[in-house]
Structures are given as structure tokens and as C-alpha cells.
Design a protein around this ligand. Structure first.
Ligand SMILES: [Zn+2]
Ligand SMILES: [Zn+2]
Length: 309
């Protein structure tokens, strides 16, 4: 069962949208996960529940997975961290996986290490230390620290690839970050979960592709009306609350316009859009604001940016 390793060797940025959905379980969209290959590095932005097996099914070169970058610690962004670590290790990864994230990432990583401690031991005992390298089995946490809330921090840079983190506002999930990836003249930005902040457009400036989160207030409000009619006040309150700390698709389009990005790909799509009509409602009004390419993200979409320099 060979993995596609030749994609590690060219000068493009390749992006695989593994999970384009938000936290609600549905049959069309998994939770957040974007896989990136550039400069010989293979890394993931977030690892929502159920996404790790799709990375494997797509034959992405998991023995070479080097890093996972978490935007924040809501469960729809971290649920498969243990699985991704175990799967890449069992398939031949030889270095410890590095897990980046804002303050608090160490606790999350240590929790997964503890939860998988028995299994890690079983596999070394069963297959031997030469096959299951013990030093590669336990992930390492890398905390991204900001001294100024508006700064952009370089998380890592290899072979001309630069990956930066910037702060966003997803309070009370804080700190939360987005990521900007630059390689050979191309830029890709992933907002993470956030409302529109004063600096978001600046961090997205000129991106070739912006993967922006957005939840549809209109569609959610329709659902809330239905829930209230049936006296389901608890889910109605939750669907109202979440509108505090996310962007509506129209707001995300404003960010794309202000930032002058070329292509806007919607992700973290909420509620799940299970048919064409709801997809159209989700995108209502966005093309009047942003005149670049607009794409409604779907799981397993692939993007490739050829080098400009
Ligand atoms: Zn989320
Ligand atoms: Zn969140």
C-alpha cells in the first residue's frame, strides 16, 4: 500500500481540504482539517474528528507527516490528534510529531499522550523497537507565544517555506490563531475560528487562497425558529450563542475584499449544507461583495499553486 510520496518533491504548494465542516455531525462534511504539502514538508492545520482516516484513504504521505498546527482547542479541531499521531507512527514516521498551538497546547498534547500511553507501549512490545521507534511515538508540543497581540509569529521555516501564526478572536476560546503559509511567491491563509477582527484582513493580505470559516446566521436563525416552535430551547440557545464568535459568509467576503485575496474558499461550513438550495442560501450576497473566485468548500477538494519565483 504505497503512499503518494512524489508530491513531496515539487515546488508547488498543495492543499487538501480534508474536512470542510463545523462541529455538527452530518453525512457530507467532516470537521476542520486542512493538509498542506510545500517545501518538502507535510503538515496539517487542525485535526477534527474523523479526518485522520481520510488523510490515509487519500494516500497522502503520512510517514512524512511532520507537524500539526492547531488553531484552538474546541473538540471539532483536535478530536483526531491521537489517531493522526498513531497512524503516522505505525506507518513509518521516524521523528516525533510536533504539535503547534497557542498557549494551552501542552496540556492538550499531554492529555493525548496519556490517553494513548497503553497503545503506544503495546505496539513497541509487539512489533519491536526497530519497527516502532519509541522516540517517534510521543508527540512534542510547541507553544506559540505572542508578546504583541497584532504580531505575526514565524512558527517554522524550511526550504523557503514560511508558516506564520496570528491571533484571532474566538473568545471565550482564547487564545486562538490563524495561519499564513508562504512559499515561492504564493500565500495561503487559514483564518481558524474567529469573528472579524481589526487585523484579520491585514494578515490575509494578498493571499492566493483564503480558507475562511463562516457560519450562516440566516440558516441558523431559520433552524432556531423551528426549534423554538417545538419548545427545544436548549439547542436553540446554542445555535444563537455560536453566532457571537464566528463570521457570517458575507462578513468573510468583506475580509476577502479588504485583503485583496484572489480566491476565497469557505470552510467550517455551518450548518451542514446537504443540498443545492441550502448551498445557495449560504452564499447569498457574497459575490456582490467579493469579486474574486468564490468556492464553497467540500471535503477532499485539492488545490495546487505553482511557484511564482
Ligand atoms: Zn470550530
Ligand atoms: Zn471553535
Amino acid at each position: 500500500m504505497a503512499y503518494n510520496e512524489k508530491i513531496l518533491k515539487d515546488d508547488s504548494i498543495r492543499i487538501f481540504l480534508i474536512g470542510s465542516g463545523g462541529p455538527f455531525n452530518n453525512e457530507v462534511r467532516l470537521a476542520s482539517c486542512i493538509a498542506v504539502i510545500a517545501g518538502g514538508e507535510f503538515f496539517l492545520i487542525d485535526i477534527g474528528p474523523g479526518t485522520s482516516r481520510i488523510i490515509d484513504i487519500m494516500r497522502l504521505p503520512i510517514p512524512h507527516l511532520s507537524k500539526i498546527l492547531l488553531t484552538h482547542f474546541h473538540s471539532d479541531h483536535i478530536g483526531d490528534l491521537g489517531e493522526a499521531n498513531m497512524m503516522s507512527w505505525a506507518n513509518g514516521r521516524t521523528k516525533a510529531l510536533e504539535v503547534y498551538g497557542p498557549e494551552g497546547v501542552e496540556k492538550v498534547v499531554n492529555g493525548f499522550i496519556m490517553a494513548y500511553e497503553h497503545d503506544t507501549g503495546y505496539r513497541v512490545a509487539h512489533h519491536g523497537k526497530d519497527i516502532m521507534l519509541p522516540e517517534a511515538g510521543t508527540p512534542i508540543s510547541k507553544t506559540i507565544e505572542f508578546s504583541d497581540p497584532n504580531e505575526r509569529i514565524l512558527c517554522f521555516g524550511t526550504n523557503g517555506l514560511k508558516v506564520y501564526a496570528f491571533q484571532v478572536d474566538h473568545s471565550p476560546a482564547e487564545p486562538a490563531v490563524g495561519y499564513r503559509i508562504e512559499y515561492k511567491g504564493n500565500a495561503v491563509v487559514i483564518t481558524g475560528d474567529t469573528k472579524k477582527t481589526d487585523t484579520l484582513a491585514e494578515h490575509c493580505e494578498g493571499a492566493d487562497i483564503l480558507f475562511s470559516e463562516a457560519i450562516s446566521y440566516d440558516l441558523l436563525n431559520n433552524m432556531i425558529e423551528g426549534l423554538k416552535r417545538n419548545n427545544l430551547t436548549r439547542p436553540a440557545k446554542i445555535l444563537k450563542d455560536i453566532q457571537d464568535y464566528h463570521m457570517d459568509p458575507v462578513v468573510a467576503a468583506k475580509v476577502a475584499k479588504e485583503a485583496g485575496v484572489k480566491k476565497l474558499v469557505y470552510v467550517h461550513i455551518t450548518p451542514p449544507l446537504t443540498n443545492k438550495a441550502t448551498g445557495e442560501l449560504y452564499l447569498k450576497g457574497v459575490s456582490e461583495i467579493f469579486d474574486g473566485v468564490i468556492i464553497l468548500g467540500r471535503d477532499r477538494m485539492k488545490f495546487k499553486l505553482k511557484p511564482k519565483e
